[in-house]
Design a protein around this ligand. Sequence first.
Ligand code: GLA
Length: 410
Amino acid sequence: MPESSPGDPNAAARSRISAEAVAAFRATHGRAPDGVWSAPGRVNLIGEHTDYNDGFVLPFALPHRIAAAAAARDDQILTVSTLGDDGRLQAADPMRIPDLSPDAVEGWAAYPAGVAWVLAGQGIDRGADIVLAGNVPSGAGLSSSHALECAVALALLGLAGRAEPDVAQLNEIARWVQHAENDFVGAPTGLLDQTASLRCTASHVLFLDVRSGHADQVPFDAAAAGLQILVIDTRTKHSHSESGYGERRKGTERAAALLGLKALRDIGSDALAASLAALPDELRPLVRHVVTENQRVLDVVELLRADRLAEIGPLLDASHTSMRDDYRISTPELDLAVEVARDNGALGARMTGGGFGGSAIALVRESDVDTIDAAVTKAYEDAGWRAPRTFVAVPSAGAGREPDTAGASQ
Ligand code: GLA
């Protein structure tokens, strides 16, 4: 059976995580935090590896979140602890914010440190105690690291007295988080994940034009059509820094440069053939993926707006094929999850996120959820692989400050 993952209303799970962060903060620091900020993980419905090509993406926020209970300090020291799945707190070494520099911090602490480093460049460097708790699966391609970074960024900004950010400020915070990720952590990722975490809203997918930063909230109510999005975490590890993510990115940037374009976004579907003809063989599949994927995002949005959600399946399938064969970022585990889901009735399925492991999503009839889940689990068992982790996900709320019900500042 898939784990149940309440959507919005998912208030109970959300306030539980917030309360856990507050309790862990009190246990660590012997006082209440000044506030709690939290941010969700995401799945991307479609629009993969288009973000760093100035293109279109269509993510939604997961109900899974990371909460940061935080209190200001006046000595420019940052302390961060995180509550593990086993209920134990793991503390990073205290860091002096003015001394932070890329490559100086290793492991998970590099994420909060990177955010503090970027914000210090914006004059926000007072210091803070932060305790993290959450339930975003890590290493699953569901953006747990961006959820962490966004929660920390909002916490540090909130402690500095900044008001709730408006859309323009959320875009700016997303760029800061990207700066932390690219230049401190060392992962050359785009803007999809942090923008999703910061700007998604419950019951909607976020149709984001990465070039302009403009986004439309497109209603997405699969249950109303008797459908669900089943997330299948292959539990195989991926690492963007070590994987071919950077290579793919460089390839697309080289192609754009050869074509004299700012980004591959500038190639419309009608100009694809001519563009491919002008490129060396090895770059053609990369370009074909990005251009066709942008078009698929537009097509899915058109179907959703026409209230034809049940018809997006073939576009999800085509996206997976394109990533498997052209972009070459799928894995046997992802391919098997997608194939078995489809063979057992899914209307469409694709890997989601950066690739090289992580999760797939499948659009399934509500009545087929358990059958598909069992079939994928069985197929993994037959292949001699660890069982996947599955859950049904509905579009949930984006990042923000938690209401002060969990005992913060009391
Ligand atoms: C990862 C990156 C994103 C995006 C996706 C692929 O999640 O962090 O910026 O490039 O891969 O769409």
